[in-house]
Design a protein. Structure first.
Length: 729
């Protein structure tokens, strides 16, 4: 008899290392009181957050190299555990397994040295009116009758009744019928695993030929009989299996979709076979592998199959429960749970745990959903008891600070923030109590601004914590020295802080939303200027600064004498310094005579710019002694205001009406007696026109005697004529 978990003080507890689910990838589960807490699809409840390994049966229950176990499927016989023992070709039945009223019995059939020789696996099948649920076993034997004869390979699956009044009870007398078995077929020596399909059909791991075989016992031949002729055997030669002596390769059928899972022990893999899929069936009746008369013996090829996982250490036990396939690894004592895809042909997620087993083999999920296994080396059946885990976060409640929140479970530093990452209250500094709530949670926050010191770029300034562009100015616009351009590195400090400042004068470069009217640098490429109060393009800073404005409060365009002052005529000279502020062609008058220093074609150009002058005709701005408007430079008579030109250069003025006026202004002349300034060839003062003798300077008019004579004669004639006339009267 095997007692409960505390029997003989042999409760073995294994605290499996807490398996942290990747929080970001975890299936969301409800945690509110109203909604309750639901188990995530990827959670493996049989492993929980860790588990205790509880011994259920041992050598005291006659376990002797146990290799497989199954719970009886009858609802009336719940918690009845059947265990097959290789060393004794027997079955240990544990009633009320794991409960306080547990007891066990050991059954050995009288003909077990053939029908259960070197038993390796057990599988319950369908219910039978007489035999209750039937079960079949696999035998890792070549049929030596436990060493009493040479191997003849007349070996295969055996069918048994589970009725306690039949199994190992009927036909137990020597020399009678062949014990309590109800059927057997013999085409597979060295059977390593078995799984029930339907009715009396079972799948068998043929370790001798390395193939999967389908056995259909059809009608059983009753206990102890030996008519196998109605049997149908199909060999699936495409499914190549590799046997490891002494280590069963268990199998499990998913009756919902027809997928058969096989532990291919020697190949270190788990394969799946679609038993409902099509294949090519060939009759091989009479083949050398056929050991007895059969109703059918055939070969099937072309079935669909695949590899579920590989690289395992001698996979052995298999159990399927609610979409999770459990596989034990005999080579390392581990169990892997595979969350299967919807079609059962792939793995969505898996988790592997370690056990204390010395040689783990068969697996079974019990009526309460817990996982059980056999340890062949230590002759034990172990139940894995997961620790309580209310929120299914894989942390047992006794260690979970947040037992109703699947995302959280511990708070090492006691600051109110959880050690686990990925939630709203996860402690980013789980070993140091802290009050930070921004950036990192639960870390040191020296300045009390909610930002952790490790992320706070201003750990001593409670008004600033981050400087996105790393320019020394904080992003918080209401804090100390706020960065007005938080996303752009800049070092401006006067008009606004932390913005681009190309000339590094402390004033920011203008931007679309910040112009010179707001205080931006009016001269972004010149570090000596930054403001232009009157917006005329000249800076407020005085010389020697660049383009310093001489009139900083008045907008102006002057560029010559002063910069940035009013320049009404636009000649570049300020009105203040422009003598001719309305004349763009003139601006200076050095001699202050009212005429500009710029030469023609400028207006009113001063011909004598360095000498005051009052001339207004021809040459402007030169001395004009006689005030006639003509400069002394070109005035032929600078002391006579009535005269100013002498075109023929004879010293007699061109202007008429004076004693010095030239009567022949276009002809050089020296005459002065009859006419002034006319041609006088003989130089006698008389113009040639008035000189009777123009080539004789000694005279210039004819003699008067001839004239007198003529006059006298004329007078005489007149007198004579007059006298004569009178006489005649």
């Amino acid at each position: 008899m095997s007692e409960s978990t505390t029997r003989n003080g042999k409760t073995s507890i294994l605290l499996v290392g807490i398996f942290l689910i990747g929080i970001l990838g975890q299936v969301s589960i409800a945690t509110s009181a109203e909604e309750g807490i639901s188990q995530p699809d990827t959670y493996i409840v049989q492993f929980g957050p860790g588990f205790a390994e509880t011994e259920i049966a041992s050598v005291s229950d006659d376990l002797d190299v146990p290799r497989d176990l199954e719970f009886h499927p009858s609802p009336a016989r719940q918690n009845e555990l059947w265990i097959v023992n290789r060393a004794t070709d027997s079955v240990t039945i544990v009633h009320n397994a794991g409960q306080t009223n547990q007891l066990s019995e050991h059954r050995l059939d009288s003909n077990r040295n053939h029908f259960m020789e070197e038993v390796s696996a057990i599988a319950f099948g369908d219910w039978h009116e007489e035999f209750d649920y039937q079960f079949a076993t696999a035998q890792e034997s070549r049929n030596t009758y436990n060493g009493q004869g040479d191997p003849n390979d007349f070996m295969g699956p055996a069918l048994w009744p589970s009725s306690l009044s039949h199994f190992a009870e009927e036909n137990q007398e020597p020399g009678g019928l062949l014990g309590s078995h109800i059927d057997m077929l013999h085409e597979s020596p060295l059977g390593m695993g078995i799984a029930h399909d339907s009715e009396n059909v079972y799948w068998y791991y043929d370790g001798y030929y390395g193939e999967l075989v389908r056995y259909d016992f059809q009608e059983d031949h009753d206990t102890g009989e030996d008519d196998h002729s109605d049997g149908k055997v199909r060999r699936y030669s495409d499914i190549s299996l590799t046997r490891v002596p002494g280590v069963p390769g268990h199998m499990e059928m998913n009756h919902d979709n027809g997928i058969l899972y096989i532990a291919d022990t020697g190949a270190g893999r788990i394969i799946w076979v679609n038993t409902d899929g099509p294949g090519v069936t060939t009759n091989i009746m009479g083949d050398e592998t056929q050991m007895e008369p059969l109703a059918e013996y055939s070969e099937v090829t072309g079935v669909e199959w695949g590899i579920l996982d590989s690289g395992l250490s001698f996979p052995s036990g298999i159990a399927l429960h609610q979409g999770v396939l459990f596989v034990s690894q005999n080579g390392n004592g581990k169990i892997t749970g595979y969350n299967l895809d919807d079609d059962g042909k792939g793995v969505a997620r898996s988790r592997t745990v370690s056990t204390n087993a010395g040689s783990i083999m068969g697996l079974e999920v019990g009526p309460s959903g817990k996982l059980w296994y056999v340890d062949s080396q230590n002759n034990q059946v172990i139940r894995m008891d997961p620790y309580e885990d209310t929120d299914f976060d894989e942390v047992r409640d006794s260690l979970d600070v947040y037992p109703n929140n699947s995302l959280l479970w511990s708070d090492s530093d006691g600051d109110g923030y959880a050690d686990q990452s990925g939630t709203e209250i996860s402690d980013d500094c789980p070993e140091i109590a802290g009050t930070s709530t921004s950036g990192y949670l639960g870390c040191t926050d020296s300045d009390g601004d909610s930002w952790a010191d490790a992320l706070d770029q201003y750990p001593s300034d409670g008004s600033q914590w981050v400087d996105s562009d790393s320019d020394g100015y904080g992003d918080n616009q209401t804090g100390t020295n706020p960065d007005r351009c938080p996303s752009v590195e800049g070092y401006s400090e006067f008009d606004r802080m932390g913005c681009p400042d190309a000339d590094e004068d402390g004033y920011s470069d203008p931007s679309e939303d910040w112009g010179t009217e707001q205080g931006a640098d009016a001269f972004p490429a010149r570090d000596t200027q930054w403001s232009d109060s009157d917006s005329d393009g000249f800076g407020d800073n005085p010389s020697p600064a660049y383009l310093s404005d001489d009139c900083p409060s008045v907008s102006g365009t002057s560029t010559q004498d002063l910069l940035g002052c009013r320049d009404s005529d636009g000649d570049g000279w300020s009105d203040e310094g422009d003598v001719f502020e309305d004349d763009p062609s003139q601006w200076t008058d050095n001699d202050e005579d009212g005429y500009g220093d710029n030469p023609s074609p400028a207006s009113i150009p001063d011909y004598c710019p360095n000498e005051w002058g009052n001339s207004t005709a021809s040459l402007l701005g030169c001395p004009d002694s006689d005030g006639d408007g003509w400069s002394d430079i070109e005035d032929s008579h600078p002391e006579n205001s009535q005269l100013w030109s002498d075109g023929d250069g004879d010293t007699y003025a061109d202007q008429p009406g004076t004693e010095l006026s030239d009567d022949c202004p276009g002809i050089y002349g020296t005459s002065s007696e009859d006419r002034i300034g006319c041609l006088d060839s003989d130089g006698d003062g008389w113009s040639d026109e008035g000189d009777y003798y123009p080539s004789d300077s000694s005279r210039h008019s004819k003699s008067l005697l001839p004239v007198i004579l003529i006059v006298a004669i004329s007078a005489l004639i007149v007198s004579v004529v007059a006298f004569v006339a009178i006489r005649r009267k």
